[in-house]
Design a protein around this ligand. Structure first.
Ligand code: NAP
Length: 467
């Protein structure tokens, strides 16, 4: 490979368009060195006692908190999210590290299972080096929610981060160094998308995890499938936010605003389709639009900003195209609907009403600050519409009738249903999707076991079974 032909990886501030930094991609020798070092370090790491591995997680939490302000600023500068949200992201990463430090022993405890052996048990061994292909939307969290349990389980972790957050990618490597991670066990590969295929094909890579678009997920799944390598795919979503007529409307509106507009709308589990029963739809639309209009859009580094810039100008343009096609397809524009004048990839908080199941905003994932209100006659139609999506990541359901909510939750095709709350990832609970939103789970006991070999250990002599 001639590295002169591979484009440089550029860090661009989406709020200003200014280039912040420029990195030559890793060449073949650097990639080879990182693969070799990871494979070597992982073999040793797998043999370390679990409690020793967990000490690293505690040091990772400390290293994150030590430079929280610096890391948060980098996130806001590179991908445009409000600084208060970036600080919360670092804090959540530290929480995840501490959670697995304290819980990995329980999650990975051998399970004794009765059989005809004198003793049989299931143990969880690491798979090896895992390649992580990660997105820009939560540049730290996406990495730490994968890497923390994977490392605790005895794996190595190679990060190929999104090309628009190279400074965050390098900062993550600094966190691991500061925490005293064994040399080479984790590394940031400074490579573009074109290098992923050959790295995935390398025999020293045991498994892959991708968080990103459904389109790229399908490509990685096809290659990993052909290579018979374990994969976890965390892809797009078009989460429904169902509001029934007995819901606490004020709380539903307030939570819905956060669920749609936090992270400038660029979250896989953002509420995207607000499915509201007719009896309260006018009141919901009016209150929701008033709050969306009032959101303070501005400089990501200003603590007062509630919505920052979108991560790249092409993503802003794609969202605007979706909004225009939605209006052309019959949706009513209640507010926003246009880029904000001036430099930077800013988009006005947008609310679309009377969105039907054939509309663009219903059928496609809108990855930015645009909410779609879908009116339905009753709860039955709400569930029908919620499921009329190729995605199945998260869902929210608002009602005062908890028994009804529990029954309806079982009928919603999604990896998570949050009743009277905001869909969120939590280190204690499994996270992931079905359908085009991917497969596999991150977080909780389920996440730490994804990159393990569920191994049966059977100890004889067998007792002869009677009968
Ligand atoms: P993307 O293209 O799927 O990028 C995600 C990661 O995959 C990046 O590291 C990217 O690297 C890499 N990648 C891209 N093409 C690849 C290929 N052919 N082979 C291997 N790796 C490849 O996502 P995006 O362009 O940043 O965003 C587009 C859409 O993805 C969004 O609109 C949204 O629908 C979805 N998305 C979902 C999530 C989520 O959390 N579920 C997060 C982000 C985006 P490069 O950056 O070098 O291309």
């Amino acid at each position: 490979m001639n590295t002169h032909m591979v484009p440089h990886i550029r860090s661009i501030n989406p709020a200003t368009g200014e280039q912040l930094a420029d990195f030559a991609p890793d060449g073949p020798a650097e990639i080879e060195a990182k693969l070799a070092a990871a494979a070597k370090a992982q073999r040793d790491w797998a043999l370390r006692p679990l409690d020793e591995r967990c000490l690293l997680l505690g040091r990772m939490a400390a290293a994150l908190r030590d430079r929280k302000a610096h890391f948060a600023r980098l996130i806001s500068l590179e991908m445009g999210k409000p600084i208060t949200e970036a600080e919360a992201e670092i804090e959540k990463c530290a929480w995840c590290c501490e959670h697995y430090r304290d819980s990995a022993a329980d999650y990975l405890a051998p399970e004794v299972i009765g059989s005809n052996a004198s003793h049989s048990e299931v143990v969880f061994d690491p798979l090896g080096v895992v390649l992580a292909v990660m997105p820009w939307n939560y540049p730290f969290w996406q990495y730490f929610r994968f890497a923390t349990p994977a490392l605790a389980a005895g794996n190595g972790a190679l990060l190929k981060h999104a090309s628009n957050v190279p400074q965050c990618a390098l900062a993550i490597a600094e966190v691991m160094d500061a925490a005293g991670a064994p040399k080479g066990l984790t590394a940031t590969l400074m490579v573009g998308a074109g290098a992923v295929s050959s790295i995935l094909a390398d025999s020293r890579v045991a498994a892959v995890t991708l968080t990103g678009s459904t389109e790229v997920g399908a490509k990685i799944a096809a290659q990993a499938g052909a290579l018979l390598k374990k994969q976890v795919l965390e892809l797009g979503g078009s989460d429904p936010f169902i509001v029934l007529d007995d819901a606490d409307l004020d709380l539903a509106v307030e939570t819905g605003i956060k669920a749609r507009f936090q992270n400038t709308g660029q979250s896989c589990i953002a509420a995207k389709r607000f499915i509201v029963v007719d009896a309260i739809a006018d009141r919901f639309a009016e209150a929701f639009t008033a709050k969306a209009r009032a959101l303070k859009v501005g400089d990501p580094l200003d603590p007062a900003s509630q919505q920052g810039a979108m991560a790249r100008s092409n993503l802003r343009d794609e969202l605007h195209d979706q909004v225009q096609r939605s209006i052309a397809g019959g949706a009513t524009l209640l507010c926003g609907g246009a880029p904000v004048d001036g430099p930077g990839a800013f988009y006005a908080p947008t609310v679309l009403d009377h969105v039907g199941p054939d509309n663009t905003a219903f059928r496609e994932e809108t990855f930015g600050p645009a909410a779609a209100i879908v009116r339905v006659p009753d709860a039955e139609r709400a569930i029908d519409y919620a499921n009329r999506s190729e995605f199945g990541l998260g869902a929210a359901l608002w009602t005062a009738d908890i028994e009804l909510a529990r029954r309806l939750a079982r009928r919603i095709e999604a990896g998570a249903v949050f009743v009277n709350g905001i869909v969120a990832s939590d280190p204690r609970l499994p996270f992931g999707g079905i359908k085009q939103s991917g497969y596999g789970r991150e977080l909780g006991a389920w996440g730490i076991r994804e990159f393990t070999n569920t191994k049966t250990v059977w100890i004889g002599p067998a007792q002869v079974q009677k009968g």
